[in-house]
Design a protein around this ligand. Structure first.
Ligand code: S3P
Length: 168
């Protein structure tokens, strides 16, 4: 059995909600990479993007996951949607544990994140286009980065947890 369960996928796919439930089901610690970054930097993701830019945030993500990899065991780790896009990060995740890609369709993301102001990449005009192009680029990367791919648009939480348990 792998040491940790790691959730990857697009913004709004349910990593945090599924992560919280897995944490209870397995009695594992729950870690969220975005929350860790916010805690360590004393500011929000939104402000990091606004003040230092995306490239700086991506560096923080890599540093955070490198540090986590040193000592994390028996944890459920919910990752920021962009974290596995760097090959070095994806490699670390696969070594750290069982990686599950929670896949959703663009329309599900748009429905769930309507009015959201916390995700800098999905602000302004043409959010639909942004979701579509980011997703087209990211989906194959998430796929190869995961041990298990689950299509979760219409799935209830219980069946998602069951499927993860069965495959872990
Ligand atoms: C991002 C996803 C966000 C957060 C940041 C960038 C991305 O996390 O890390 O806004 O590039 O997909 P969630 O996936 O938890 O929304």
């Amino acid at each position: 059995m792998k040491k940790n369960i790691i959730l990857i996928g697009f913004m709004g796919c349910g990593k945090s909600s599924v992560g919280e439930l897995l944490h209870k089901a397995f009695a594992y610690t729950f870690i969220d990479t975005d929350q860790t970054i916010e805690k360590d930097s004393g500011t929000t993701i939104r402000d990091i993007f606004a003040q230092k830019g995306e490239a700086y945030f991506r560096e923080l993500e890599t540093k955070t996951i490198e540090k986590m990899a040193e000592s994390t065991e028996h944890a459920v780790i919910s990752t920021g949607g962009g974290l596995p896009l760097r090959e070095c990060n994806a490699k670390i995740l696969k070594e750290m544990g069982f990686v599950v890609y929670l896949r959703v369709k663009g329309e599900t993301v748009l429905k769930r994140l309507e009015g959201d102001i916390t995700r800098p990449l999905l602000q302004g005009d043409n959010v639909e286009e942004k979701v579509k192009s980011l997703m087209e680029y990211r989906d194959p990367i998430y796929e190869v980065s995961a041990h298990l791919v689950l299509d979760v648009d219409d799935k209830d939480f219980d069946s998602i947890i069951d499927e993860i348990k069965r495959n872990y």
